[in-house]
Design a protein around this ligand. Structure first.
Ligand code: SAM
Length: 305
C-alpha cells in the first residue's frame, strides 16, 4: 500500500495533515462546535483521553490566549507538548489520575469537559460497548467534580444496546442531552457523541470519587427503561452537508484543481507500541514462523527471533 493511498481513502486524514492537526478527530470537535457552539464563553477546559492531541489543539486555539493550564489534557499515552496545554499522563479510571485532575480545578472550575476516549476494541461488541461505557462514566465522574454549574460535557459513546442507560444517567446531571454524529465520523462506525449542556446536578448531590456512578454490579435489566423514565434523546447529525463524506474515497486532487502534494503527519506518534517491532523488522529479525509440528495448537505465530 503506497503512502498516498490513505490520503485517497480518508479525506479527513489527509485534510488533518494539511491543516496541521495531529489527528482527523479534530474535525469531529470542530463540527460539533459548529452545531452546538461549545466554546462560547469557555475559558477553562479538560480534554480526557487526549492523545495524540488534536482536540487539545482545537481547544487551545479556540479558547487560546488564556495561558498555560486553561486546557488540561489527560491520556494513558505520552503526548508531544502543546503550547498552553497542561498534560497529565494517566488512566482516567484510576483514582490517582482523577484526583490530580480535580486538584487542578479546585476553586476555579471548568466550563467544558470533553472525552474522546476509546478502549482498544476487541471486536466483541458487548465487551467493547461495556468498556466504552465505563470510560464515559469515569469521565462523567471527573466532570461532576470539575464542572461549574451550567457547564458542558461532550463524550464519545457507542450507540449500542445499553446506550439508553447512559442517556438516563447523563440526564440526571445535565438539563439537555443529545446524541450527535459529525460528518467526519464514519457512518459505518457506531461512534457518536453525547452532547450534554447545562450542568445541574440533583439537589444535595455530593460528588464522591469512591462511588462510581456505575459500578460492576449494575443490573442490565435496569436498562429496559420504559414509561415516563424512558429517555429518548434527540439525534443530530452535524457538519455542513457540503462537508466531505467520511465513508467516501476522494480523488487526490480536490476541488480547487491544484496538484496533490503528500503531507507528512503533523506529529508522528511518540513511543508507539509498534516501535520495537518496526526496528526488529528493519533488521530482518522480526518474524519467525512456528512450524505446526512445533506448536501443539497448530497455530502459526510471529515471534521475535
Ligand atoms: N481526541 C484525541 C485527538 O483528537 O487526538 C484522540 C483520542 S483517541 C481516539 C482515544 C484515546 O483514548 C487514546 O489515546 C487512548 O490512549 C485513550 N484512552 C483509552 N483509555 C483510556 C484511559 N482509561 N485513560 C486515559 N486515556 C485513555
Amino acid at each position: 500500500m503506497g503512502r498516498t493511498s490513505k490520503d485517497k481513502r480518508d479525506v479527513y486524514y489527509r485534510l488533518a495533515k494539511e491543516n496541521g492537526w495531529r489527528a482527523r478527530s479534530a474535525f469531529k470537535l470542530l463540527q460539533l462546535d459548529e452545531e452546538f457552539q461549545l466554546f462560547q464563553g469557555v475559558t477553562r477546559a479538560v480534554d480526557l483521553c487526549a492523545a495524540p492531541g488534536s482536540w487539545s489543539q482545537v481547544l487551545s486555539q479556540k479558547i487560546g490566549g488564556q495561558g498555560s493550564g486553561h486546557v488540561v489534557a489527560v491520556d494513558l499515552q505520552a503526548m508531544a507538548p502543546l503550547p498552553g496545554v497542561l498534560q497529565i499522563q494517566g488512566d482516567i479510571t484510576q483514582l490517582s489520575t482523577a484526583k490530580e485532575i480535580i486538584q487542578h480545578f479546585e476553586g476555579c472550575p471548568a466550563d467544558l469537559v470533553v472525552c474522546d476516549g476509546a478502549p482498544d476494541v476487541t471486536g466483541l461488541h458487548d465487551v467493547d460497548e461495556y468498556m466504552q461505557a465505563q470510560l464515559l462514566l469515569a469521565a462523567l465522574n471527573i466532570a461532576t467534580h470539575v464542572l461549574k454549574p451550567g457547564g458542558c460535557f461532550v463524550a464519545k459513546i457507542f450507540r449500542g444496546r445499553d446506550v439508553t442507560l447512559i442517556y438516563s444517567q447523563l440526564r440526571v446531571f445535565f438539563s439537555s442531552v443529545l446524541c450527535a454524529k459529525p460528518r467526519s465520523s464514519r457512518n459505518s462506525s457506531i461512534e457518536a457523541f453525547a452532547v450534554c449542556k447545562g450542568y445541574d446536578p440533583p439537589e444535595g448531590f455530593l460528588p464522591d470519587l469512591t462511588k462510581p456512578l456505575l459500578d460492576h454490579s449494575y443490573d442490565p435489566d435496569f436498562n429496559q427503561l420504559d414509561g415516563p423514565i424512558r429517555i429518548i434523546v434527540p439525534f443530530v447529525t452535524c457538519g455542513d452537508l457540503s462537508a466531505y463524506d467520511s465513508d467516501r474515497s476522494y480523488p487526490l486532487d480536490l476541488e480547487d484543481g491544484s496538484e496533490y502534494k503528500y503531507t507528512p503527519p503533523t506529529q508522528p506518534p511518540i513511543s508507539p507500541p509498534y516501535q520495537e517491532a518496526c526496528a526488529l523488522k528493519k533488521k530482518g529479525q522480526l518474524a519467525k514462523e512456528i512450524c505446526p509440528q512445533d506448536c501443539p495448537m497448530s497455530t502459526v505465530d510471529m515471534l521475535p527471533q
